[in-house]
Design a protein around this ligand. Structure first.
Ligand SMILES: C[S@@+](CC[C@H](N)C(=O)[O-])C[C@H]1O[C@@H](n2cnc3c(N)ncnc32)[C@H](O)[C@@H]1O
Length: 275
């Protein structure tokens, strides 16, 4: 019998094989340099304008970095450009192919392999840094994945992990109140399915999407020596309540929302934890 855990992992593979992250944002053929560059431009200039100043990839020059869940390799390329010594894994073979292509097209290299975050194929104490953005809320046993990250980090090594945040404007205002309740989606779908559809194409593939509170995140990282958690992303221009998001984005409310997103109510919990 296939366990629930394996079903969810299969769903992840189906989701990101059919809908590589950001592919809907570009008209260029998949796997071309223009395809990757346009997705990267949207990511860093429009969707996540806060990204580069938050993660400061340049600090990883000459560090041994593992990225868990590389997707199309958009951040992986930035880590490579920053001079990190790179390894990347993803459970979806297509994600590894795309990342390989993206790096090759830009003249960089990484050790890339298909692997599961819950069972990392590396020895204890291998990496200076483990980075993972938007991945571990899709794996059934998030705690197991974080324990694996702890294991493969060197002492004083750093985990930099982003998870979806339940107590955020994006979830409560756009997804729950506006879209699920006021627009009446609760009449035809469960909240779990509505949350799955946050991912592009997720209304059909229904990937596992979990949301964490800050308290839950702290517990997940309790074996680390030092843990710092911040929040980012108001989610207005690309929010799940798209029309409402677009309208609010044109008003001064935008600044207020960004202030709240950076001060406890953003869509991403960004956890920096030292082993
Ligand atoms: C939303 S995408 C994020 C990709 C990338 N980090 C980014 O920010 O663009 C999620 C990625 O995590 C991968 N993933 C999901 N569960 C995983 C697991 N258990 N182990 C490794 N990768 C996983 C998926 O295949 C997919 O490529």
């Amino acid at each position: 019998m296939i366990s629930d855990s394996n079903i969810y992992k299969q769903k992840s593979i189906e989701q990101w094989t059919k809908h590589p992250i950001g592919a809907h944002l570009t008209k260029y053929p998949e796997g071309t340099k223009e395809f990757f560059d346009e997705i990267a431009d949207f990511r860093y200039k429009i969707e996540f304008s806060w990204f580069k100043s938050t993660f400061k990839f340049n600090q990883y020059k000459n560090k041994k970095v593992l990225e868990v869940g590389v997707g199309d390799g958009i951040d992986h390329l930035e880590l490579a450009k920053a001079g990190a010594s790179l390894t990347g894994i993803d459970i979806t073979p297509k994600s590894i192919e795309l990342t390989q292509k993206n790096l090759e097209l830009h003249g960089y290299k990484s050790d890339l392999l298909v692997a599961d975050a819950e069972d990392l194929p590396f020895k204890d104490n291998t990496f200076d840094v483990v980075y993972s953005f938007g991945v571990l809320h899709h794996t059934p046993d998030t705690q197991k994945a974080i324990d694996e990250i702890y294991r493969v980090l060197k002492t004083q090594g750093k985990a930099v992990i982003s998870l979806y945040h339940k107590n955020s404007l994006s979830f409560w205002l756009f997804v729950f109140l506006y879209d699920f309740i006021l627009k009446g989606k609760f009449l035809r779908m469960s909240l779990k399915d509505r949350v799955s559809s946050i991912e592009k194409g997720g209304d059909e593939t229904k990937p596992l999407v979990k949301l964490f509170t800050k308290r839950q995140a702290k517990k997940l990282f309790s074996q680390f020596r030092k843990v710092k958690i911040i929040t980012r992303h108001a989610g207005l221009p690309t929010s799940s309540g798209r029309k409402l998001g677009k309208i609010l984005n044109l008003t001064p409310v935008k600044n207020f929302f960004e202030f709240l997103a950076n001060n406890g109510f953003g869509w991403y919990l960004i956890i920096e934890a030292e082993k």
